[in-house]
Design a protein around this ligand. Structure first.
Ligand code: SAH
Length: 585
């Protein structure tokens, strides 16, 4: 819950805007501000104070206890010019809340936490536990001092700045080196090493009915400690379906703060394990629970601690445990950048770009977002044409464990990289698609409302598709009276395809049918016009253009192209009285 505190009418009105934008997420704290702040501080994860920073500092200061537990506090000035992350930047989420508030209220976000300000990910913002010399190494990362990156495997982390590298010598004036270890192993702690804990370990557990939580936890702790593994790298406990409600396991997973994942007995029975036995086969239908469940939760991984039994004093053991290590899964984000305008790049696309350590794309698209990439991002750009190769590169980088963003203009799935990439991708990587505003939609918004009824996109590029197929589709669109958006309509080497396609449409539509031409939609050199099938000048059309041809009902209304939702055109005089699609959405 986000607590809103305002001292003035302007603040209350701004607070109402946040409440409207985030239904169910805000609570307004009324009354004297001192008490309101104190109550909100105790009850909320975040506070938005419409107060001067000075006032907010004085009110919040006596309430502060712990950086990790305190709520984030954001201050917004009376004129709504600035949203300031006051305290709880990382732990309290104030930096993120500041950006969200700024987005809704249209003010400038002010974030002063060093790592955010210089665009380097904070070690505590990577989503994984971090321990050791976090502050010292974090500062070294930030200061550009050499930090040796020592990772047991390649993980899908965001880009780290160039001073953090496996090759960094890291020797400082006094001879010691800063090191960032990425490992699930216990490593000797010393003042210049921070350790990031990847979620790589799956602990398989078997338990007899009634096994106690303490016995389960003691076994897990001892098993990990004996193997030199960190409990903070445990991603999950795993067991057989029949034990999903076993109290000792449920409680142990809750205490460790990890999920209890269960698998059907048949699945576990099919996993090859070093130490099968008769007892679980009889009880739950699989010769192994601990080892098989550990392995089942770690596809492509390996068993690193075989089955061990608990050792309670003076009674028989009631549980078993085994540990498997997951192979890190790389991540491939296929990201649409939109048609060109920066404010049509979605926040999600932006986030994926900043989450990636490798960006793959056509050079001109990389240029569109280069300033958004984190320093240290590896950019693999290529020229037009090398599509298959780009797709293969992106998939190969993800399979190697990296976080990769494969970018394309508009929507990356529309005549673009998503399909060649996913045709290459295997199930050992995570894939995330981020939709973008495709050229047809950007153009339609500029032209008016040409896509108000059924419509189709057709690419006129016969590079990937034989012309016969393209022509058959144009004909079908013509016969079915679809509005058509032509992508790739014309290039230096391809002149005759567009006139030919328009000819086919003209066989079914009148010469006065409106046609919209949009060049470089939403970019600095945007040009557009609404003309007709008969008057269209193909010379105006190039490769950065889409051509939208109306259907038999499309009209030019005040220079805008409008396709009615129903086929009966309503004039202003009859609007609302005829029987067309009334209130339908
Ligand atoms: N993935 C892209 C399309 C790639 S095909 C998308 O979803 O928009 C390339 C064709 O898209 C170009 O030849 C042109 O016809 C069209 N196109 C892409 N961006 C455009 C823009 N900003 N304005 C007009 N047409 C555009």
């Amino acid at each position: 819950m986000i607590g809103l505190i305002a001292a003035t009418a302007a603040g209350s009105i701004a607070g109402e805007r946040l409440t409207a934008a985030w239904p169910g997420r805000c609570r307004v704290y009324e009354g004297p501000v001192r008490e309101a702040v104190a109550r909100a501080f105790a009850e909320c994860e975040g506070l938005v104070c419409f107060l001067a920073t000075g006032a907010a500092v004085r009110l919040v200061a006596p309430l502060l206890t712990d950086k990790a537990a305190d709520p984030g506090v954001v201050c917004v000035d009376e004129a709504l010019r600035h949203a300031v992350a006051l305290v709880g930047g990382h732990g309290g989420g104030a930096n993120e809340l500041t950006r969200q508030v700024a987005d809704v209220l249209g003010c400038a976000p002010v974030v002063t936490t060093a790592t955010d300000a210089v665009d380097v990910p904070g070690l505590d913002t990577l989503g994984w536990p971090v321990e050791g010399a976090v502050a010292a190494v974090g500062r070294a990362v930030l200061d550009g001092a050499p930090v040796r990156l020592d990772a047991d495997a390649v993980h899908p982390l965001p880009a780290l700045p160039p001073n953090v590298s496996p090759a960094a010598g890291g020797a400082t004036a006094d001879g010691a080196a800063f090191t960032l270890r990425v490992t699930d192993r216990e490593v000797p702690g010393e003042g210049r090493t921070a350790v990031l804990r990847p979620p790589t370990l799956v602990v398989g557990v078997g338990a007899s009915r009634g096994a106690g939580t303490e016995e389960v936890l003691e076994l897990i702790t001892r098993t990990l400690a004996d193997a030199g593994l960190s409990p903070r790298s445990v991603a999950a406990l795993a067991t057989v379906d029949a034990k999903a409600d076993e109290a000792g396991l449920v409680e142990a997973s809750a205490r460790l703060g990890v999920p209890l994942v269960t698998h059907p007995a048949e699945v576990l029975a099919a996993v090859e394990v070093p130490n099968p036995s008769e007892a679980p086969l009889a009880a739950v239908g699989t010769p192994s629970v601990a080892e098989a469940a550990a392995l089942a939760g770690a596809p492509g991984g390996e068993l690193i601690v075989p089955k061990r039994k608990s050792a309670p004093e003076g009674r028989p053991a009631m549980c078993t445990a085994a540990v498997a290590r997951r192979r890190p899964r790389g991540r491939l984000a296929v990201v649409g950048l939109g048609p060109g305008a920066r404010d049509l790049l979605t926040p999600r696309a932006r986030e994926e770009l900043r989450r990636a350590s490798v960006v793959v794309g056509l050079d001109q698209y990389v240029d569109q977002v280069r300033d958004l990439l984190r320093p240290g991002t590896r950019v693999l750009e290529s020229g037009l044409g090398a599509e298959e190769e780009r797709a293969r590169t992106a998939v190969a980088e993800a399979r190697a464990g990296h976080a990769v963003a494969l970018i394309g203009s508009g929507d990356a799935g529309v005549y673009a990289m998503a399909s060649p990439a996913l045709a290459e991708a295997s199930d050992d990587i995570d894939v995330a698609g981020v939709p973008g505003v495709t050229a047809a939609l950007a153009a339609a918004a500029i032209l008016g409302a040409p896509l108000g009824h059924d419509h189709v996109s057709i690419s006129l590029s016969d590079l990937h598709t034989p012309w016969e197929v393209i022509e058959r589709r144009v004909r079908a669109a013509a016969e079915s009276d679809m509005v058509v958006t032509f992508y790739n309509p014309r290039s230096r080497g391809r002149h005759w395809q567009l006139p030919k396609a328009l000819d086919i449409l003209a066989g079914h539509r009148s010469p006065t049918t409106p046609v919209g031409i949009v060049h470089a939609a939403t970019r600095a050199d945007e040009r557009s016009c609404v003309t007709t099938l008969a008057a269209l000048d193909v010379e105006q059309v190039d490769m950065v253009t889409v051509v939208v041809v109306g259907n038999t009902a499309t009209r030019n209304v005040a220079g805008r192209m409008v396709t009615p939702r129903g086929y009966r055109w309503q004039t202003a005089g009859t609007a609302g009285t005829s029987g067309t699609a009334g209130g339908e959405q």
